[in-house]
Design a protein around this ligand. Structure first.
Ligand code: HEM
Length: 163
C-alpha cells in the first residue's frame, strides 16, 4: 500500500511539474519574447517565474521523497550503480541537478538578475537590452524540459523493464 501510494504520488507530481515547465517553455516564453515593451516583458516573466519556482521546489521535494521511499522499499542500493540501474541513476542525477538549480541557482542568480533588470527598467524607464537574457532563458528552459522528459522516460523504462 505504501509503495503503491508513493508510486502514484511520484508519477502525478512529475506530471504536474513537467506539465507546468512545458506550458511555460512552449507557450508562455515565446509569447513573452514577442511582447514589444522590454520592461513589460521582464515584469511578466518575473511574475510567472516567481510563482512557478516555489511550486517547482515543492514538486522536487515530493518527487525526491516518494522516489527514495520506493528506492528503499525495493532495496535498490545494490542496483543503482550496476548496468541494470542506469536508468534509475540517470533519474536521480537529473533530480540532483534540479535541486541545485531550484535551491541554489534560482534564488541566488536568476531571481536576482530578473529583479535587478526590473528595478533598472522602472528606475530610468530606458529601453532595456534584454534580448540576450531572454535568449538564454529560452534555451535554458528547453534544456530543462528535455532533461526532465528524459528523466521521466528513464523512470518508465526502469519501472516497466522496457529496455
Ligand atoms: C527529475 C526527477 C524525476 C522524475 C521526472 C521521475 C519520474 C519517474 C517516472 C515517470 C517514473 C515511472 C512511473 C511509472 O511508469 O509508473 C519513475 C519511476 C521511479 N522513480 Fe522517478 N523520477 C524522478 C526522480 C526520482 C528520484 C530522485 C528517485 C529516487 C531514487 C526516483 C525513484 C524512482 C523509482 C524507484 C521508480 C520505479 C518504481 C517502480 O519500479 O515501480 N525517481 N520516476
Amino acid at each position: 500500500m505504501l509503495f503503491a501510494s508513493m508510486h502514484i504520488i511520484h508519477l502525478l507530481t512529475a506530471i504536474l511539474w513537467i506539465g507546468g515547465l512545458g506550458f511555460i517553455t512552449i507557450l508562455i516564453l515565446p509569447m513573452v519574447v514577442k511582447m514589444p515593451d522590454a520592461l513589460q516583458k521582464v515584469l511578466l516573466f518575473q511574475r510567472i517565474e516567481h510563482r512557478f519556482a516555489p511550486l517547482a521546489r515543492y514538486y522536487t521535494a515530493i518527487v525526491g521523497v516518494s522516489g527514495f521511499i520506493m528506492f528503499y522499499l525495493m532495496d535498490l542500493e545494490g542496483v543503482v550503480f550496476a548496468k541494470e540501474g542506469r536508468f534509475l541513476l540517470f533519474m536521480i542525477i537529473v533530480w540532483i541537478f534540479w535541486v541545485i538549480m531550484l535551491f541554489g541557482l534560482e534564488p541566488l542568480i536568476i531571481k536576482r538578475v530578473l529583479d535587478s533588470m526590473a528595478r533598472q527598467g522602472e528606475a530610468d524607464g530606458k529601453k532595456l537590452d534584454i534580448e540576450g537574457v531572454f535568449n538564454i532563458m529560452n534555451k535554458l528552459h528547453w534544456v530543462l524540459l528535455t532533461l526532465s522528459l528524459s528523466a521521466a522516460t528513464s523512470g518508465a523504462i526502469f519501472a516497466h523493464g522496457l529496455i
